[in-house]
Write a protein that binds this ligand. Sequence first.
Ligand SMILES: Nc1ncnc2c1ncn2[C@@H]1O[C@H](COP(=O)(O)OP(=O)(O)OP(=O)(O)O)[C@@H](O)[C@H]1O
Length: 484
Amino acid sequence: MTNNQQERWTRVKGRLRAEVGEDIFSSWFARMELESVETETVRLSVPTRFLKSWIQSHYAERVLACWQGEEPLVRRIDLSVRSAMMRPAVAAPRPATSAPAVVRSETAPAHFATAFGGSGGFANGHAAAPAASPDAIGGSPLDPRLTFDTFVVGRSNTLAHAAAKQLASARRGDPVMFNPLYVHASVGLGKTHLLQAIAWAGNAGGERRVLYLTAEKFVYGFVSSLRTQTTLAFKEVLRATDVLLIDDLQFLQGKSTFAEFSHTLNAMIDAGRQVVVAADRPPLDLENLDDRVRSRLAGGLVVEMGSFGEDLRLEILQSRVASARSHHADFDVPAPVLAFIARSVTHNGRDLEGALNRLLAHSKLTGQPITMELAEREIRDLVRPQEPRKVKIEEIQRIVARRYNVSRGDLLSSRRTANVVRPRQIAMYLAKTLTLRSLPEIGRRFGGRDHTTVLHAVRKIEGLVGADLALAEEIEAIKRELQD
Ligand SMILES: Nc1ncnc2c1ncn2[C@@H]1O[C@H](COP(=O)(O)OP(=O)(O)OP(=O)(O)O)[C@@H](O)[C@H]1O
């Protein structure tokens, strides 16, 4: 692909981001990649079928329009699902485990294959378990590169890593220390890596049944089992696991699927089996879940993995280069170039991986040494300007609720007692002043209120802030907390 096309793609993403807003962009488009551009057709890819169908049914025209804004000749967007195994590899050595990436459980009901037709990695350590081809249970095997050995620990992920290691090394029958473990972080900060590392380690332990599923596969498995009337088998498989790992929970869809997820969660926790969940937001911000599930999720250990510091980025790069060198001995990236990438590519692990893959490809294809000039040219589009931190309404609600000792549910409720009314008005005022949301949208996010109620709250607080210094200072302190 030419630099020109990449630059155009970066501009198209910029248009999309501006049109749909950061939240929607990072939920649906952050993992969309440009595969090729032909005269009238642009080929894009996403990692999952779920993303593909969602984007096709909700955003197809917008994506096309954004392309046409850059390149009027484009008539068609071709969206495909890229396979996990096709990702350009900066390969790490296979983890030292004799267990196959995917094996069929001896005890899993035969319907398992159809129940999960589509994906999910089942890591099972039973030594006698017969190996099955990945297709026999459907789905992508765990990525052999995503292990604890390749997970670099830094300030932003120490706690999540320690919790993951602890539960990965537990034995069947050990008391469960925190259940569920709920890990949340923005795109590309290592959630999948951590969950798959747990699956690999559980697999190597050889004693417990560990099931790794993306939420999308959970939905798919459940819906297929309904269609084929094998829901009982579906439930049995889930509940017969010792450790259930659910990735990308924010993608869980559908009322009956939520109910099934809720039953599974309760049944697993009540039976003392470990559940680990990863999502891009904290449990309280998962809008579609009912309050009981949300509070069950929040009732275990909730850990956020923050953005990478420069040190961590550099260490990740160094470890990637070391892995790559085991296959490409002449791949040499001078220390100043690595330091430059660590300083400039700040967004997430995927961009770091992308930057190194480009240098590796360049070095393999041209045989030329990697210089600073080359690196600057190759990774130009991965260097994103630091955007001011965007504040989310859910964050405002969470922080205001905590400060005034009420629950977020209180803020959204119809309660009119003074201890709830004032914090609610403050939260609405902050939502109006710190986000770009409209009054009706804010009203909707505050329990379906009318926009005039929001307007009243905003005016009320504006009036009070002018007269009440203590309140003004308090609101400034909340703003600082939100923008830190
Ligand atoms: N601490 C880390 N050490 C080494 N590599 C990391 C680390 N964190 C992330 N990465 C790498 O960054 C890339 C993206 O990570 P991963 O897929 O786990 O992110 P994610 O949080 O699951 O993203 P998403 O929200 O898009 O699902 C992967 O290549 C992963 O190996």
